[in-house]
Design a protein around this ligand. Structure first.
Ligand code: 6YU
Length: 503
């Protein structure tokens, strides 16, 4: 520690917090500490041993792996990606923000839907989604939702469908809406605001994964920092700011910020970068800062959307799917996006699970499916034991494959992001009643009115603070770099280290 230099604390060691720390360190900030509540770094990037290999409990893909994506850039610089991801042709592909596999579609009656029918519905649905992103801002009703827009398109298109397959098309659309809930991390697309939907920017590139786990990137970033920078099991209880604090590792001078931890420990600082998830802030907004957050910031936190998308990962002794199948779509016949269905969570939660991705490569990993489930059904799933989930999955897959003898999965692993005290959900979306402006308000540092005597004290980063890349790892990383940049701008005379680390 150099007590004369600025003291910076970073709350949270996800990719935004570590990214900020790394950039500050590279620019000569020496009094840096990252306080992490849990016993591990990475936050919502979490790779875990499972089956014969590794699976991702949180972030799965680099969305839009192209030269403009900083997560892709760092990962390729460090040799963390496979050959396919490095293929320049793949980096130029436009896939509209979704992993681009054509699904094999199983029906609840135990048969499969024809690829032609599913292909035509997928094409329609994708075109409506694209249109929903292009709705002009002017004259757009702030109360309108993406769900409502999609339903209107469906209702307009349906009268032209062949009556023989109209019902099945509706059921496929219901399944696609459930998948879309996973993409946006919401219970229903009726909760996602239409007017700002197009602000989310999609980068080109065929989504790719990390052969050695997403966490390999976190490990690389962390290893560029001095080993004592990150303190684990240091949950921050309150950030006291706008004060004058001494002691707590900051030398003898007074500092405007003091961070109080749940274990009673305190740290003083000149600046603190808060990178905690929006879900945590929603729960703790009122007490987390002292003096409290200004009312318009609290309102922004309340208005913004933060939902749950969970994974149900199943390992099988033998695959029931064909080797060329990369994605399975489950379609509950009789469902329709135009009909309100009253669901009993206990009985019907599985109906929200509409997609399984076949994890690759089976030669290394074994036969593993990763299901995605969002919303209230996903939160209900978190209340069940693994054994109960496994039994529901077995019954459901027996029904869809039409094989009552289908061998149960040999193991199950579920994420439970809503129950995680320091996340309280999966990722953010722009909810009806909110707008991109709320994202900017959340990102605004404190104090909001600064003068020569009051410099930046509390800064905000994390995926939910990035207006066009929210919900992604690259949005999170860029937000950490953005806040580090603000501080760097304030200390132009700091000496960077003689030899710069590679990152
Ligand atoms: C992506 C993907 N992906 C699936 C699932 C999840 C997420 N994402 P962190 O939470 O990481 O760090 C904060 C830290 O703070 C954490 O360690 C806490 O413990 C700590 N903390 C909290 N409170 C504290 C306290 N009081 N004191 C101290 N420490 C404290 N992103 O790019 N590709 O495939 C997925 C997916 C199941 C849960 C994802 C994906 C989201 C990313 O994981 C996430 O944004 C970043 O990791 C967050 O980093 P961070 O540093 O901000 O927080 C059209 C359109 C719509 C828009 N959506 C498009 C889809 C994009 C999302 N894709 C999702 C898909 C999957 C599968």
């Amino acid at each position: 520690m150099d007590p004369s230099g600025p003291v910076v604390l970073i709350v949270g060691s996800g990719i935004s917090g570590l990214g900020a720390a790394q950039k500050l360190h590279r620019h000569g900030f020496r009094n840096l500490r990252v306080l992490e509540a849990t016993g591990r770094t990475g936050g919502r990037i979490r790779s875990q041993k499972y089956g014969r290999g590794l699976v991702e409990i949180g972030a799965q893909w680099i969305h839009g792996p192209c030269p403009d994506n900083p997560v892709f850039q760092l990962s390729s610089q460090h040799g963390l990606l496979g050959q396919d991801a490095l293929n320049e042709e793949n980096q130029r592909l436009e896939v509209a923000g979704h992993p681009s596999f054509f699904p094999v579609t199983y029906l609840s009656s135990g048969s499969q839907a024809s690829p032609e029918l599913v292909g035509s519905v997928l094409e329609l649905f994708s075109s409506w989604l694209e249109r929903s992103r292009e709705v002009p801002r002017e004259g757009c009703d702030p109360a309108s939702s993406v769900g409502e827009f999609l339903r209107q398109e469906i209702a307009r298109s349906a009268p032209g469908w062949d009556s023989g397959c109209a019902e099945l098309r509706m059921a496929v659309l219901s399944a696609l809406l459930s998948v879309e809930c996973c993409v946006s991390g919401t219970h229903s697309m009726d909760r996602v605001a239409l007017c700002p939907f197009g602000e989310y920017k999609m980068l080109p590139g065929l989504d790719c994964t990390f052969p050695g786990g997403y966490e390999s990137l976190v490990t690389r970033i962390k290893s560029s920092l001095p080993s004592d920078t990150v303190l684990l099991n240091k949950a921050v209880k309150t950030v006291h700011w706008d004060g004058s604090f001494r002691g707590g590792g900051g030398g003898s001078r007074a500092h405007p910020v003091q961070v109080e931890c749940e274990d009673g420990g305190t740290f003083v600082a000149d600046h603190v970068i808060v990178t905690v998830p929006l879900g945590f802030l929603k729960e703790r907004a009122l007490g987390f800062l002292q003096p409290p957050l200004p009312p318009h910031k609290v309102r922004a936190i309340q208005n913004m959307g933060f939902g749950t998308n969970n994974k149900i990962i199943l390992e099988f002794e033998e695959p029931f799917w064909e080797p060329e199948c990369h994605m399975i779509l489950l379609v509950w016949e009789g469902e329709s996006p135009l009909r309100e269905s009253q669901r009993d969570l206990q009985r019907d939660w599985v109906k929200k699970l509409s997609v399984f991705v076949v994890l690759q490569p089976p030669e290394q990993l074994g036969h593993v499916l990763c299901g995605f489930i969002a919303g209230e059904e996903s939160e209900f799933m978190e209340t069940l034991t693994d054994a109960e989930i496994l039994s529901s999955m077995t019954a459901m897959l027996r029904q869809f494959t039409g094989n009552p003898q289908l061998r149960p999965p040999i193991s199950v692993l579920c994420s439970r992001w809503r129950s995680e005290v320091y996340s309280r959900g999966s990722y953010s979306y722009v909810a009806v009643g909110s707008s991109g402006r709320d994202v900017d308000i959340l990102a605004q540092p404190l104090p909001e009115e600064r003068d020569a005597a009051k410099s930046l004290q509390v800064l905000f980063a994390g995926e939910a603070t990035h207006r066009s890349f929210y919900s992604t790892t690259h949005g999170a990383l860029l937000s950490g770099w953005r806040e580090a940049g603000r501080l760097i701008g304030q200390y132009p005379k700091l000496d960077p280290p003689l030899s710069k680390p590679r990152l």
